[in-house]
Design a protein around this ligand. Structure first.
Ligand code: FES
Ligand SMILES: [Fe+2]
Length: 266
């Protein structure tokens, strides 16, 4: 059992502690830290809770960002990660919950499980409503982690199944018979073959940013938008049209004697 003796006291001893949320997550500590530092996913993976985010500063230490919640409230939030203590602290610097702090401690159980303990500190909460406020925070964090765990587990699965892909090709048969979209596997990678304005294109099912599920995202005007952080790509050129420094590696789609071939020999 992890050592929780150093955690903040759970009774209200003047710290503003209103409650605790605890959960074992089926992921590694590395994924957990990655998720804590990942400010970009908030309005996408947690679209019910966050409407927009603008990063003010970020680094290995954590991040500070202007956040708009789903009700339109604006806050400045800072997350600081302390790896030595296996802990990150989220502070509300500005906004309706100014002064509130959320302390998360992570206790690895093994390589694939981590026990997290989240303590909520909200100043100025009276004894009469402390439990209610604590439960509201715990409910929010339960939802946020339900959403995060899907992303983290899927990312780990993709990382674990990654092997170096060699050049490969697949014959999809006569162009006239080809029903799209269709998923094809080339070596260890999967691609979606589809038509954009009658032009056949192929693009990877995994996002080059953090292996998000591009294959299940809809295409609009030749663009696909990743559901994890909202990066947008032109599936014809591979360009990242939302401006981030990455691009899709596209396979070659060729018509040879009326038959369609997709290959990574480009
Ligand atoms: S995984 Fe981050 S935008 Fe796709
Ligand atoms: Fe999250």
């Amino acid at each position: 059992m992890p050592d929780h003796e150093t955690l903040p006291a759970r009774s209200d001893n003047g710290t503003g502690h209103v409650g605790t949320y605890r959960r074992v997550l089926p992921i590694s500590l590395a994924r957990m830290y990655e998720n804590a530092l990942d400010w970009e996913h908030l309005p996408y993976v947690h679209a019910d809770s966050f409407a927009a985010i603008e990063c003010l500063d970020a680094g290995p230490w954590g991040w500070r960002a202007a956040v708009q919640d789903a009700s339109g409230n604006e806050s400045v939030i800072e997350l600081s990660l302390d790896r030595a203590c296996r802990r990150w602290i989220t502070r509300n610097l500005e906004g309706p919950n100014k002064g509130a702090e959320i302390w998360t401690h992570a206790f690895p159980i093994d390589a694939e499980r981590v026990d997290i303990v989240v303590d909520f500190f909200v100043p100025g909460v009276s004894e009469a409503v402390r439990e209610k406020v604590g439960k509201a925070y715990a409910g929010l964090y339960s939802r946020l982690y339900d959403e995060d765990v899907q992303m983290m587990v899927e990312r780990q699965r993709q990382l674990d199944s990654r092997v170096e892909a060699g050049a490969d090709s697949v014959d999809l048969g006569p162009e006239t018979d080809l029903e799209t979209p269709v998923t094809v596997r080339l070596g260890s990678r999967e691609f979606i073959v589809t038509r954009v304005n009658d032009e056949l294109v192929a693009y990877p099912t995994l996002c080059p940013h953090q292996l998000g599920p591009l294959g299940s995202a809809p295409i609009d005007g030749g663009r696909v938008s990743c559901p994890w952080h909202g990066y947008q790509f032109d599936v014809r050129s591979g360009d990242c049209v939302s401006g981030q420094n990455c691009r899709l590696q596209l396979p070659l789609v060729e018509s040879r004697d009326g038959r369609i071939t997709v290959s990574t020999n480009r």
